[in-house]
Design a binder for this molecule. Sequence first.
Ligand code: HAM
Length: 416
Amino acid sequence: MNDVLPDEAELWEHFEETVRAWLDAYGYRNVRTPLLEHTTLFRRAIGEATDIVEKEMYSFVDELNGEHLTLRPEATASVVRAAVEHSLLHAGPQRLWYMGPMYRHERPQKGRYRQFHQVGAEALGYAGPDVDAELLLMCARLWDDLGLAGIRLHLNSLGGPAERLAHREALVAYLRRHEGDLDEDSGRRLHTNPLRVLDSKNPAMQQLVAGAPRLLDYLGDASLAHFEGVQAVLKDAGLPYTIDPRLVRGLDYYNLTVFEWVTDRLGAQGTVCGGGRYDGLIEQIGGKPAPAAGFALGVERLIALMREGDERLGSTVDVYVVNQGEGAARLAFRAAERLRDRGLSVIQHCGGGSFKSQMKRADASGAAIAVIIGEDEAAAGEVTLKPLREDRGQSRVTLDRLADAVSDLMYGEGPE
Ligand code: HAM
């Protein structure tokens, strides 16, 4: 679990602003759900035989009332729960988004944390491939908006329950024939969640998996048409993608379209976004049957890419107010507030110290201008202005003229 310190937080804020404008451009509306949910919600939605539910959830019993609770490991289940609980779909389909921390007790490593953040978009009540394609075009636009290149789209279709069942039988038969070659994890999964064997990171398993029956070959006409519908839009938009038959995702609620966006620049944890269609989940959680699709972005991983791009965001402080003496401090408060009335960002020096040390702070703050107030200025009700980033002389102005004078210095003298 990480602290985000101010230098890095600037990048987070830039990211969050970009993301809000981007979601707005696609008509997504914000939803905020609790960090805690009943444990059963995640067990049912994500699936008993998944890594998340088997070994990664922060679950506990509330001693006060015996309830079994879990810190959310993801938010799709929460959003669907909220939509069902508040009958949101009665008003028609919903495009919803969220941003916030998620919790998984994983083995920490670069790019994999126990508290991490996601931005998610969930389109509830949409059945067609058009919304799947829109979700993908959205992601591509965000990479552009963030100035990130080299994020590749991997796409697959998991079909429907009957198709998966038929494929599962063939897959289990294949894996049984090679049971002696399975590693421990895959041997266990053969009995609990055989589809996940396809997803194994072990190179030895990957070779075995290459010869396994492909789910894509078990898709019926309707599933294939849906998949082709998604691809047609991507082709029209000129968005490249790779069909990856081994892409199965680590959560059980998916059907039809699944996807991941991957980069080579983050080492082993290169997936910056994952998602897909989950047509059965709303009904499973107690709502009227309704289709849905969505994705979640890994914020830490995207921030790491942004940092790598050496994106430097300068300080946004405009003015630093240096002041010494009691009268000066009082005048400093009034001066700073007047400047803020103008929409400027102002740091007022607090805690005293020599002019020299205060000027050092002013310089380090990144401010464009120092407002200097000593005993002299205080007695006269005036302040001294000193541009910090260019070689221009100081000037002295009255409090009433201050805001105009600072604006002139910062933005040049506008038309009268
Ligand atoms: P997920 O693939 O489990 O999907 O997570 C989505 C993204 O969150 C990952 O691609 C990764 O970037 C990031 N992420 C996951 N775990 C960690 C971690 N331990 N540390 C850092 N980043 C992490 C879901 O959560 C689904 N709810 C996505 C979805 C929404 N599907 C449909 N709608």
